[in-house]
Design a protein around this ligand. Structure first.
Ligand code: ADP
Length: 187
């Protein structure tokens, strides 16, 4: 398993697990949310384009996000694999990723679906808000991000499910336990 996605609602722990799994497997973790936040911090044009959407909990327009992912996957460190976190997030992005990978003569090996119930998600995100101060971690925006997930991103899982590459992992429990579950699901 070298070319993977991790997908799940906001607060499921994707980012934390993506970093741990990428270290264990020796492939880069690529988080679209982290790339956006780094660009906002660095005051780049991309960051300025993305900021208002992110602060509202909406998806950044596909034209912006797709180009960013295409450029990132063209870098040489992804030649032997990658773990994408936060992309694709809607059906159009699935199509775009298919096209990007076809051009690179690559295929996805697995889609990790991380689950957690909604109350747990809201609690975790509110907790994170106090620690990290992310501008999109207010209660209203959190609820909106969860709605966007249900409306757009849940369909992404269905698309990959039809290809038979989804592996579902329970995101409840300690960080270490969840990592162990993911590694077991991948082996
Ligand atoms: P979370 O999964 O906790 O919501 P992320 O860091 O993955 O956090 O994403 C934060 C925000 O970045 C999203 O709400 C969205 O505005 C933007 N974003 C990240 N990935 C994408 C994407 N693939 N398409 C559009 N917007 C994205």
């Amino acid at each position: 398993m070298t070319r993977m996605l991790i997908i799940g609602p906001p607060g499921a722990g994707k980012g934390t697990q993506a970093v741990r799994i990428s270290e264990k497997l020796g492939v880069p973790a690529i988080s679209t949310g982290d790339i956006f936040r780094a660009n906002i911090k660095g005051r780049t044009a991309l960051g300025q384009e993305a900021k208002s959407y992110i602060d509202a909990g909406d998806l950044v327009p596909d034209s912006v996000t797709n180009r960013m992912v295409r450029d990132r996957l063209a870098e040489t460190d992804t030649a032997d694999g990658f773990l994408l976190d936060g992309y694709p997030r809607n059906a159009a992005q699935v199509e775009e990723l298919d096209a990007i990978l076809a051009e690179l003569d690559q295929e996805l090996d697995a889609v990790l679906k991380l689950t957690a119930d909604r109350d747990e998600l809201v609690q975790r995100l509110l907790g994170r808000a106090q620690k990290e101060g992310r501008t999109d971690d207010t209660e209203d925006v959190i609820r909106h991000r969860l709605d966007v997930y249900d409306a757009e991103t849940a369909a992404v899982v269905d698309l990959y499910d039809r290809r038979g590459i989804v592996r579902e992992v329970d995101g409840l429990g300690s960080v270490e336990d969840v990592t162990a579950r993911i590694l077991a699901a991948l082996s």
